[in-house]
Ligand binder design. Structure first.
Ligand code: GPK
Length: 838
């Protein structure tokens, strides 16, 4: 339906079109208007939460104006668009980002002061949009920032979870999960009650021949659930491009209630149906790198894929182009295998609804999709049981079988001698029950598959996708090393460092082209620059120390070496190696005379991160860290020489305080297990050094910043398999003696009831030490000693940190996005027209 205003009335319309505030006074007027009207508060009734509301709404108006213009521009130019399908977008807070991207934060700060509020207090009122678990979700958020900043016509698609990742509380040293209902006040979302899609589940497939003898499949019956779009504006930095993140919310189809049931007295049944529908988008699954095969999760995945695909196809059809043009108009990136059902769903649309022949449809599908793999861990690779898929999505299962059949024929023709190959690469695993291997389906249905760091991209080609490299050739597989947005992770998190850099580079261009950072290497010997750089680091440590005191009651000395490991708690990330190292350090300190202790470099070991609620070993590691902290922090012999802090409820907004405050951060996964890591980049960009294994992006960070500027340790990925094998099969596997000493004190109950930690200790001592904690322990301890020694030479340390920052240009997510655009999506930016003063 045409809904545009007729020509005759457009003049009046344009005269009254919304305008943007440009001055401090206009900003204040907008804030007061929103507080007094939109929020119905007053001069006598305005707390910080209301002030936040007013400021957020004032900035939201600005975003909306550019958002509308961007969408109109994209509609009329109708360029090829990118659709980033991700079940997670770990956005964090939006206000600070909006102010900095729009470039009006200083104006707003002054205006707020006049109205009686401090900017920091107002910003901290906002709840994080925590629609993600960890690295994968945060990567998607950084990508949205870069896509908008680089003017790519791009949409994010996800689910509007009512509950994001749980809030972590630590009670008596244990993690307790509290639901995160984050939508009480969310000014950043716009419900689009007119943009809905009915999504079908269950039912059965009826097949018949039409008059021309063609096989027709009709998916019938079952139940419908309605997807409602909620849109959020994504502003670019230093550009007026404002893209869209579309989140789907589920509700019962056919209005609020089933009135037949309602009228016939089945009120409860009709409400129950409503609730069942709403359950689909109710909660984010809190597992990181683990697949649990729950039916509701599969329902979420299909609900989201079906709604998004319907939306994408609807937009394509407006252009009235031929179907073969679809891949020239649409690039869909699958963020991990979670959206793989989009592949059979697009096939279903093309075959059953649009009447295309199989080969044409399949060619369109393969050209449209790209797939990003984020892990080689076997427990994370998604598989869905065939009976479950059959029950929930009967037509999709048929299509998956047909895709597989064609693929099996292709493999058979090309590898007639390798009969085993068929079983290995089949999408269907011949287990009981049979399983659909989603990663294989994603590889087969995409034109490019990428890993997220060089080592990882090499590993997927030699392990999980080895046969597919033989089948398709190596060109289908590529690498795009991860990156981070320097807007949030430098400019927003560390404004003083950003300002210092800008003062030397003559402006903030480096935030749009991070490679310009190399120019600050020229200041590495500049006295003033060094002094300021060091003061900024110290101030950031003071900020974290203050937070630690307020939140946890623990006093830490900001002159200590701040050693930080924050990320999801997982055995492969090896927080246990870190805490065992801390215990060893403690024992050494206890052995020393008071004289010897005076020479020791004081250190604070910070930990933070959530454990999946059902991951007992990870929860045990959190408990051990807290128990060690309780002992060490209260030991009079130790004082400031060692403190152990577990930072509760690690999330994006806390990371913005934590990342700028490290001297050393830990990225110590067993070699070959961490696909990339991205917090390593955040810490180095903010002037901290890294202790790390030769894993993930650590390797490329080393290449960029130089091996003198990073502390690498531990076994290499090519040796991991042999070591594991030796643990199990050679008789002489012995625990490292230093680690054995740590285990002895744990067993002796020094950190509370030893039984609580026996599974953790036994995973190493008795069950094969899969993550090589013992193998790497001595090397880890030695390297920590090197770090203590290096830190004593503050001047040399400072040189390392400045040099490292200047060499981090490669790790901008802008570079990633340009690589995806060129190698995988084949899309071009659509820049906004130049405007006076913009
Ligand atoms: C990988 F497989 C997964 C997953 O389920 N969740 C997740 O956050 C991470 N990841 C990797 O573990 C990181 O190494 C990587 O940097 C990040 O994805 C982004 O690619």
């Amino acid at each position: 339906v045409e809904a545009s205003i007729p020509e005759g009335q457009r003049a009046a319309w344009k005269k009254f079109s919304a305008t943007e505030f440009k001055t401090k006074d206009e900003f204040e007027s907008e804030v007061v208007k929103h507080i007094e009207t939109t929020l119905a508060r007053s001069l006598f009734n305005c707390d910080e939460a209301a002030a936040y509301g007013g400021v957020a709404l004032a900035f939201r108006d600005r975003l909306v104006i550019e958002w509308n213009r961007t969408q109109q521009r994209q509609s009329s130019a109708d360029p090829k668009r990118v659709y980033y399908l991700s079940l997670e977008f770990l956005m964090g807070r939006a206000l600070d980002n909006a102010m900095l991207n729009v470039g009006m934060k200083d104006v707003a700060k002054e205006g707020l002061g006049e109205l009686g509020f401090r900017m920091e207090d107002v910003i901290s009122q906002e709840r994080d949009a925590a629609l993600g678990n960890g690295g994968l979700g945060r990567l998607a958020a950084c990508f949205l920032d870069s896509l908008a900043t680089l003017n790519y016509p791009a949409w994010g698609y996800a689910l509007r979870y009512k509950y994001g990742i749980f809030k972590q509380e630590i009670v008596d040293g244990y993690q307790v999960e509290v639901p995160d209902y984050w939508l009480d006040f969310n000014p950043w979302e716009f419900p689009r009650h007119d943009v809905t899609v009915d999504v079908q589940f269950y039912g059965h497939v009826r097949k018949y021949m039409d008059e021309s003898g063609k096989q027709i499949s009709v998916w019938e019956d079952g139940e419908l659930v309605t997807a409602v779009a909620y849109d959020a504006p994504i502003p670019g930095f230093g550009t007026r491009t404002t893209n869209n993140l579309r989140l789907w919310s589920s509700k019962a189809s056919h209005g609020e209630f089933d009135f037949t049931k309602f009228n016939s007295g089945e009120y409860e049944a009709s409400v129950a149906e409503q609730q069942r529908a709403e359950t689909i988008s109710a909660v984010l699954y809190p597992n990181d790198s683990l697949e649990r095969g729950k039916e509701l999760r599969l329902k979420q995945q299909y609900f989201w894929c079906a709604a998004s695909l319907f939306d994408i196809v609807r937009r394509f059809k407006k252009s009235r182009k031929a179907w073969k043009e679809f891949p020239n108009q649409v690039a869909i990136q699958l963020n991990d295998t979670h959206p793989t059902l989009a592949i059979p769903e697009l096939m279903r649309i093309l075959l059953d609804q649009e009447g295309l022949e199989w080969d044409e449809a399949w060619s369109i599908v393969q050209k449209t999709f790209g797939y990003t793999n984020h892990t080689v861990l076997p427990e994370a690779l998604e598989k869905w049981s065939v009976p479950l898929v059959q029950h929930l999505l009967p037509r999709h299962l048929q299509i998956i079988y047909d895709i597989n059949l064609n693929f099996m024929h292709y493999v058979e023709r090309n590898f007639p001698k390798d009969r085993e190959m068929l079983g290995r690469v089949s999408i269907i695993e011949e287990s009981t029950p049979k399983m659909v291997r989603m990663a294989y389906l994603a590889v087969i249905g995409s034109h490019k598959v990428n890993g997220v760091a060089e080592l990882h991209s090499d590993l997927i080609k030699t392990t999980i996708f080895k046969d597919f490299v033989k089948i398709y050739g190596p060109d289908k597989f590529t690498n795009v090393t991860n990156g981070i947005t320097p807007r949030r992770w430098l400019h927003q998190a560390n404004p003083r460092l950003s300002e210092l850099i800008a003062s030397k580079l003559g402006g903030y261009d480096f935030l749009r082209d991070l490679t310009l950072l190399h120019k600050i290497e020229a200041y590495v010997d500049d006295k003033e620059f060094r002094k300021e750089f060091q003061e900024i680091k110290y101030a950031n440590k003071v900020r974290l120390a203050k937070y630690t005191k307020e939140a946890h009651g623990i006093s830490v000395n900001p002159s200590s070496l701040f050693d930080i490991q924050v990320k999801r708690i997982h055995e492969y990330k090896r927080q246990q190696l870190n805490i065992f190292g801390v215990i060893y350090r403690y024992l050494e300190l206890k052995d020393m005379s008071p004289e010897e202790r005076k020479k020791v470099q004081p250190r604070v070991s910070f930990f933070g991160g959530k454990a999946a609620p059902g991951y007992w070993m990870a929860k045990t590691i959190i408990h051990l860290i807290n128990q060690v902290g309780a002992v060490v922090n209260n030991d009079k012999d130790i004082g400031d020489l060692l403190k152990v802090v577990f930072l509760e409820d690690y999330n994006v907004s806390k990371a913005e305080i934590i990342c700028p405050a490290s001297d050393i951060s830990e990225h110590i996964s067993t070699a070959g297990t961490e696909a990339s890591g991205t917090s390593n980049m955040k810490f180095v960009l903010n002037g901290g050094l890294v202790i790390g294994t030769c894993d993930g992006a650590n390797i490329e960070i080393t290449r960029e910043i130089g091996e003198d500027n990073i502390f690498l340790f531990g076994n290499l990925s090519e040796d991991v398999e042999d070591l594991r094998h030796a643990h199990t099969y050679s008789g002489d596997f012995a625990i490292d003696p230093k680690l054995e000493r740590v285990f002895a004190v744990i067993r002796a109950g020094r950190f509370g009831d030893a039984a609580q930690f026996s599974a953790l200790v036994n995973s190493i001592v008795e069950h094969g030490d899969y993550y090589l904690v013992s193998d790497d322990f001595a090397s880890y301890i030695d390297t920590q000693k090197l770090i203590d020694a290096a830190y004593k030479d503050q001047e040399a340390w400072l040189t390392k940190t400045i040099t490292s920052v200047s060499r981090m240009g490669f790790f901008s997510s802008d570079r990633c996005i340009d690589e995806y655009a060129e190698m995988i999506w084949n899309v071009e930016p659509l820049a906004p027209p130049k405007q006076n003063g913009a």
